[in-house]
Design a binder for this molecule. Sequence first.
Ligand code: NZQ
Ligand code: ZN
Length: 384
Amino acid sequence: MFDFTFHNPTRIVFGKKSIAKLSALVPKKHKVLITYGGGSIKKNGVYDQVALALKDHDFIEFGGIEPNPRYETLMKAVELARKEQVRFLLSVGGGSTLDGTKFLAAAIEYTSADPWDIPTAQTQVQSALPIGCVLTLAATGSESNGYAVISRESTNEKRAFFSELCYPQFAILDPETTCTLPVSQTLNGIVDPFVHVMEQYMTYEVNAPLQDRQAEAILSTLIEEGPKVIADPNNYDARANVMWCATQALNGLIACGVPQDWATHMIGHELTALYGIDHAQSLAVVLPALLRNRREQKARKLVQFGRRIWNIDDTSEDEVMEKAIVRTEEFFQSLGMKTRLSQYGITEGLEQVGIRIEKRNEKLGEHQDILREDIDAILKLCRD
Ligand code: NZQ
Ligand code: ZN
């Protein structure tokens, strides 16, 4: 096992009617900025619950943060927050609103240069406003990590950053809020966490059996509970289980002491930037292709995954690996997720992905050995 430090400071407040607990969690002494997306919270009653809980707080609002939150929009919120001397940010929505809010937290304090430096120049965040969140779409794990992914419309870029200062202080997770999600977003909330686990598990063996089994527990739970939320969107228990899986998949725990891949995400981010498909949609297409391309490097873990998760008992390891990839793909398809780019009408210009990644001098994968030609080969497998 590799050496590691684990510290996750986010307080998780989980369960029915937990939004009411906001009044005690949000500080009263400062002005608060509530951030949200395109308006789902105003239709499903979440906004009303938040406003009621904060009736004795001094707050203002900023709405309109898009899925794949845009720098251009967020800079308007930076301006507002500076003008209004906001000292606490409350994100109410999915991963995009929260990632955008994390960017705000750092950008409001970053007055010396253009805050676009934060995701692009890997400028270490020196100061950030405190954040809290009410999560209405469990998928990204953003509610208890320090990552954020920001898009820039003018350059068609999608870039990520991490800061210890961007962990939310608290995250309110009421599974009931997720019952109003459209099917496509419910689907994203199963596939994204599944792939997060794979990025931290499907690498090479370092004798970390506990982390392996923690990862496998999340995968098996998603395989069991995912179909239940698709079949019955109001199944509270299944919603709660999927929501908790999504948090556990990217709160740092299963990453302790193990190698990590993240190539599926880096390729997926480029596909979203170039073609506009949802984040999880990009992952469902790339993961099976990447596993096929990296079969040799990932052989031991792929066999373990096939045997433990899909109960494949063939004696031939080659058979186990092939069937494990097919079963994973079939799982995504059974939920209603597409697994080929051509199904989205995307067939042209795929070489741009590798060109962009190479230009930034990024080497992908747990061995940092996935180069432009490998990305091209993976995307070829993704096509049809
Ligand atoms: O904007 P509103 O009107 O709120 O509607 C949203 C949005 O259209 C809707 N929605 C959210 N909760 C709802 C709801 N609709 C009805 N009822 C509810 N309860 O869902 C749509 C998608 O929301 P979004 O926040 O974009 O989805 P998600 O949570 O999947 O976030 C995706 C973003 O997170 C990034 C992705 O790249 C993408 O930009 N990621 C962030 C990570 C992190 N911070 O750790 C890691 C991930 O790998 C990922 O890259
Ligand atoms: Zn993801």
